[in-house]
Write a protein that binds this ligand. Structure first.
Ligand code: SF4
Length: 425
């Protein structure tokens, strides 16, 4: 085991927490740490989504590092409320504020802020990854804001995880076609794919409202699309309010079938003919290209749940997932990956150096990964399918979903075109 990371593949916890907060309407992520803890994530968001995201920071310096950051945090919250009047402020901790031991829960309680909800989110980045940060943020939102229900709202809670706005749209369209009312926690489909409007609104339109989060306890069920990024909130909702809960990442035919079955079981709604047609179109698209995809050896690098679902989908396409890799170390990922790869190599919480070594060793034909994997695809001369976060060396990827039947068609086309371009080279 190496004691050094070469070409790190994971990002830090606060990035995941910011991702979750961007899907809440009129919310401000307030990073309690040094300025650098916001500078690099903001650049990453700007480049991936093409949106000017706004993040506040309590700007801890030398004095706060010694004497504590309470003064900075109080001043930051008061300033944000006075200037931006948000519905919610998510206070996101960092390596520094966790190490100096700032009691942000106590500071927020003491502040007794009345004009905005203020939620503490613990994201020490020396453990976990961006995925853990998203999971912690979502759990903090539902534990702090959900209210004991006095009636049912006949809705379904969907926790999408760190997916693209296009994925959330695919899920919403499937639920709409079934007439299933839903609350997306949290909903980036508009906030991170916002229309350009003048005059510029103080906050992007869309996103989950604080009222909706407070009401999420009334739902009849919850489905987390990514167990590692939303699973803790689903477990909380199930444990505290007794609602039905499931975890399914709807990428590919079988996983989308399972997702719709779970929606049907929780709501009693039948799957409409329009979705059966969508399924048929996906299978038709897969059959059309099977001679290109069959037998190809695939290496998949993504966040744990997406990596596993992608591995299942490429198997449906007749490919062989010979490497499944995630930068977030997880025992659950390791166990599930063993059942999906059938003897392939599993990289659990490893770096990109290790991924490149595995691509070399396994005679890979096609690599799936974010922009940071592009140099590996080039060096090793394999086909490359961009997916995950961040993708900033091409434009528009955030707009299109790979989830659901319709997303599966888009992904099938991209996989096949990547193989065709590779062949032409
Ligand atoms: S100091 Fe910690 S929280 Fe800040 S950017 Fe670095 S890893 Fe992330």
């Amino acid at each position: 085991m190496r004691s050094v990371t070469i070409n790190p593949a994971k990002m830090c916890q606060p990035i995941g927490a910011m991702y979750a907060l961007f899907g809440v309407h009129a919310a401000v992520p307030l990073v309690h740490g040094s300025q650098g803890c916001t500078a690099y994530p903001m650049r990453m968001f700007n480049r991936h989504f093409g949106e000017l995201v706004q993040v506040a920071v309590s700007s801890l310096g030398e004095d706060a590092s010694v004497f504590g950051g309470k003064k900075n945090l109080m001043a930051s919250i008061e300033n944000i409320i006075a200037r931006r009047h948000p519905e919610l402020i998510g206070v996101i901790t960092t390596c520094l504020s966790e190490t100096i031991g700032d009691d942000i829960d106590g500071i927020i309680r003491e502040g007794n802020f009345e004009d905005s909800k203020v939620v503490p989110i613990h994201t020490p980045s020396y453990v976990g990854s961006h995925v853990t940060g998203y999971d912690n943020a979502l759990k903090a939102l539902v534990t702090s804001l959900s209210v004991e229900p006095d009636s049912d709202n006949a809705k379904l809670n969907i926790l999408p995880g760190m997916v693209n706005p296009g994925d959330v749209l695919e899920i919403k369209q499937m639920l709409d076609s079934m007439d299933v009312s839903h609350t997306i926690l949290s909903d980036i489909s508009e906030t991170l794919n916002a229309p350009l409007m003048l005059p510029k609104p103080p906050f992007p339109s869309g996103g989950t409202s604080v009222d909706e989060i407070e009401d999420c306890a009334k739902a009849q069920g919850v489905i987390a699309l990514c167990e590692h990024a939303g699973g803790s909130a689903a477990t909380f909702l199930k444990g505290k309010y007794g609602m039905a809960a499931d975890t399914i990442c709807p990428i590919g035919v079988a996983n989308t079938d399972r997702f719709l079955d779970a929606v049907g079981d929780m709501t009693g709604v039948e799957i409409p003919y329009s979705l059966e047609q969508g399924r048929g179109r996906l299978i038709d698209a897969m059959v059309d290209v099977h001679m290109k995809t069959c037998g190809k050896r695939a290496a998949i690098f993504a966040d744990p749940d997406v990596a596993l679902a992608l591995a299942e989908f490429v198997t449906e396409l007749g490919m062989e997932p010979v490497i499944i890799s995630s930068s977030t170390a997880s025992r659950k990922f390791l166990q599930k990956a063993k059942s999906v790869t059938d003897g392939g190599e599993i990289l659990n919480g490893r770096d990109l150096y290790e991924l490149q070594r595995a691509v070399k060793d396994n005679e890979v034909d096609i690599l799936f990964g974010n922009t940071k994997c592009a140099p590996i695809a080039k060096d090793e001369d394999v086909a490359f399918v961009r997916c995950g976060f961040p993708v900033y060396d091409r434009v528009g990827y955030h707009r299109y979903g790979i989830m659901g039947y319709h997303g599966g068609i888009y992904l099938t086309d991209r996989i096949t075109n990547a193989i065709l371009e590779w062949g032409e080279r």
